[in-house]
Design a protein around this ligand. Structure first.
Ligand code: C2E
Ligand code: SIN
Ligand code: SIN
Ligand code: FE
Ligand code: FE
Length: 350
């Protein structure tokens, strides 16, 4: 324990006791380990501002007593792990109980026995060192975990985009639709005040909304013109196919994706598909995705339609607010238009 960086604060208003304890620490622990204080207030402010490994404090002192010192010191969150020994001539259990309650680690009785004193100081120093190491390790570990989690989330997002692109590839070669619409979803969800974990889930899951198109034959999906009622019937199955691909998984993100796949073509007034649910019975993520998806479909070229000009697409959202779309989602979209257009700009049109 001959560690030159160890600091032991010794607080005692009695000059002779202070000198005695300082001498013991200096000779038995390390030359410069003892930091003596006659004034408890000076001691307290030093102990709160400097790295200290152990505090030895007297009980009866002028201005603030040992209990008050311990209370002020240990209620400071950065100091709660530092051991404190109270030195007292008092045999009253009351003082000791109080000191224990306040977090004192140990007691010493005056007059101080040399061997007992050094044994306790050594033990508590090793405890203090152990706490310090554990704390440092915990901080490092937390940082490692944070980095690893971040990497996993980023990779998960990548994998999802790759798989979603595969599904989207036939009717939308760039996959830019997925990037735009998931960013639109993120903007709408954030504006609606959803918690950030929920926003992240929607943002990550939204690219999978049309994964069920993988089950739609080319002659329907890629038809250059309008669909016949039969073809339209086939086309609408993509919502349920997507849900079947994504459902029954543990991952909250895949559960979110399954809900979005199933509900993104439902309409606020109950005229959508596949379940024809309405209003708040449609999952919120589905209502958000509907606005993002349709806006992007309208403003993009499709095998069956040219891209609409922005004004026409915005008019479509406004005039279908409350029929096709949840009014709250349309409002959140419209007040965020500047951000929406920045995303459209960044990822280009399909
Ligand atoms: P999508 O192309 O991604 O379109 C998504 C949604 O945007 C459509 O859902 C619809 O609500 C809206 N939308 C897209 N284009 C138009 C449009 O020109 N006018 C209007 N009013 N709304 C539009 P919907 O209708 O359930 O269609 C789902 C998917 O079915 C579409 O995804 C597309 O892949 C396919 N589809 C829809 N209509 C046709 C069509 O006439 N011809 C072909 N070949 N495919 C179509
Ligand atoms: C003193 O240390 O000042 C004497 C009284 C006590 O500690 O109980
Ligand atoms: C206490 O139990 O109050 C303190 C321990 C002791 O008696 O020394
Ligand atoms: Fe769809
Ligand atoms: Fe889509």
């Amino acid at each position: 324990m001959a560690d030159s960086s160890v600091k032991i604060a010794i607080v005692d208003d009695s000059e002779s006791v202070l000198k005695h304890l300082t001498q013991l620490v200096s000779s038995m622990i390390a030359e410069d380990a003892a930091v003596p204080f006659k004034d408890p207030q000076v001691a307290l402010s030093w102990c709160l501002q400097n790295d200290v490994d152990l505090v030895i404090v007297d009980y009866v002192m002028p201005k603030i007593n040992g209990l008050q010192f311990i209370e002020a010191f240990l209620t400071n969150p950065s100091r709660t792990d530092i051991p404190v020994i109270m030195v007292t001539t008092s045999d009253t259990m009351e003082v000791r109980y109080r000191a224990l309650q306040l977090g004192a680690t140990d007691f010493l009785r005056k007059p101080v026995d040399k061997i007992e004193f050094l044994t306790r100081v050594r033990n508590l120093l090793s405890l203090s060192r152990h706490h310090k190491q554990t704390k440092t390790q915990a901080v490092l570990l937390a940082e490692e975990v944070r980095k690893a989690t971040h990497a996993i989330v980023a990779r998960e997002r990548e994998s999802i985009l790759v798989l979603s692109r595969a599904a989207e590839f036939r009717d939308n070669e760039t996959g830019a639709h997925l990037l735009r619409m998931s960013n639109y979803c993120q903007i709408i969800a954030t504006r609606m005040g959803l918690p950030s974990e929920e926003v992240d889930l929607i943002f990550t899951a939204a690219p999978m909304h049309d994964i069920g198109k993988i089950g739609i034959p080319d002659h329907v999906l890629l038809k250059p013109g309008a669909l016949t009622p039969e073809e339209r019937e086939i086309m609408t199955t993509h919502a349920e196919i997507g849900w079947q691909i994504l459902r029954n998984n543990q991952s909250p993100m895949l559960q979110m994706a399954a809900a979005i796949a199933l509900s993104h073509h439902e309409k606020w007034d109950g005229t959508g598909y596949p379940k024809r649910v309405s209003g708040l019975d449609i999952p919120l993520a589905g209502r958000i995705t509907a606005v993002a998806d349709v806006f992007d479909a309208l403003t993009s070229v499709r095998p069956y339609k040219p891209a609409w000009p922005l004004d026409k697409a915005l008019d479509f959202l406004r005039s279908n607010r409350g029929s096709h779309f949840d009014p709250a989602c349309v409002d959140a979209f419209l007040v965020s238009l500047e951000q929406i257009l920045a995303v459209a700009e960044r990822y280009g049109s399909a």
